[in-house]
Design a protein around this ligand. Structure first.
Ligand SMILES: Nc1nc2c(ncn2[C@@H]2O[C@H](COP(=O)(O)OP(=O)(O)OP(=O)(O)O)[C@@H](O)[C@H]2O)c(=O)[nH]1
Ligand SMILES: [Mg+2]
Length: 287
């Protein structure tokens, strides 16, 4: 069934073939019912005796029926899919289940080391989630990024304590948001050198994994989080922090020339930042 869904969804030709098939079946039905019961006794050249006008009408009608049946299937499937999306919006499940339910939705992985604010970001984007502890289990969550139209995506969140869990969600992603901060604390304004080193090491290992699996996401967005805190730092130290992160991003993007690489300064405590991030995600999803 999954294989059928994939062929049907991804391929225009599958719809054309289905249309021809239904046209042929409709044509056969019409021929059988119009000439039945003599049909069984028809000899091959009896077909030439059929009135040409009636024959053309039969072919046209069958073609129309074929188109109608395929259009109906497309419409019903779209309707079911929309209902399913509405039902699942804001809800989370395992990646496997979400991939099965919505194989065509783009996946956006939120990556970064422990305590950087990944789950808080998802919580902000979805409003509904109420998580206030570290993430232990990898989760997938469906979200509509546009209020006026359908622009759904699957957000992936995993434990930042485990590099391999982070790498695992990265290699599945169409788009990656990498979060970076200045300190493991959620109230310290001090920029920590150890924390910067941890981020740079994380980026190196993430890149290694993407390279070895030859996975090239369409976009990377670096989110320099906790701006509400590090912005209070003395200017010199702030400049140092930005320079270090900038160097890390420059190094990371070598080899990903086909991906769109962007960055922004962000605070999960600022609603304006959330709105700006959503616009950026929408731009990337449209590409
Ligand atoms: N001040 C401030 N605190 C933040 C911000 N974003 C997240 N935090 C806090 O940072 C702490 C860790 O946030 P989480 O969202 O749990 O971090 P995580 O990246 O999901 O961590 P793991 O699940 O361990 O990988 C929480 O106490 C958040 O409230 C921010 O922008 N500013
Ligand atoms: Mg988390």
């Amino acid at each position: 069934m999954n294989y059928f869904n994939k062929i049907w969804n991804d391929n225009v030709w599958s719809k054309v073939i289905a249309m021809l098939l239904f046209t042929f079946i409709s044509y056969l039905f019409m021929i059988i019912f119009r000439t039945f019961p003599e049909f069984l006794n028809l000899r091959f050249n009896d077909f030439s005796n059929l009135n040409l006008n009636i024959h053309t009408t039969t072919v046209t009608l069958s073609a129309l029926l074929g188109i109608l049946i395929v259009a109906l299937i497309v419409l019903i499937r779209k309707n079911l899919n929309d209902k399913n999306l509405q039902k699942w919006s804001g809800k989370s499940s395992s990646i496997k289940e979400m991939e099965k339910k919505f194989p065509r939705l783009p996946k956006i992985s939120i990556c970064g080391i422990g305590g950087v604010g990944k789950t808080t970001l998802i919580e902000n984007l979805c409003v509904k989630k109420n998580l206030n502890s570290i993430t232990l289990k990898t989760e997938a969550l469906v979200l509509n990024f546009s209020q006026n139209s359908n622009m759904h995506g699957i957000l992936l969140d995993a434990s930042g304590q485990s590099q391999s869990s982070q790498n695992d969600i990265a290699v599945k992603a169409d788009h990656i948001i990498v979060m970076i901060d200045h300190s493991a604390m959620n109230n310290s304004t001090e920029i920590s050198d150890d924390r910067i080193r941890e981020h740079l090491n994380f980026l190196r290992l993430l890149k290694d994994r993407l390279k070895t699996t030859k996975h090239i996401p369409k976009s990377f967005h670096f989110l320099i989080n906790k701006k509400d805190l590090w912005d209070k730092c003395p200017t010199k130290r702030k400049k140092y922090f930005k320079r270090k992160i900038d160097q890390g991003i420059r190094k990371f993007k070598i080899g990903f020339e086909n991906s769109n690489v962007t960055f922004s300064f962000h605070s999960n405590r600022n609603t304006q930042d959330k709105t700006e991030l959503i616009s950026k995600i929408k731009v990337n999803l449209k590409k």
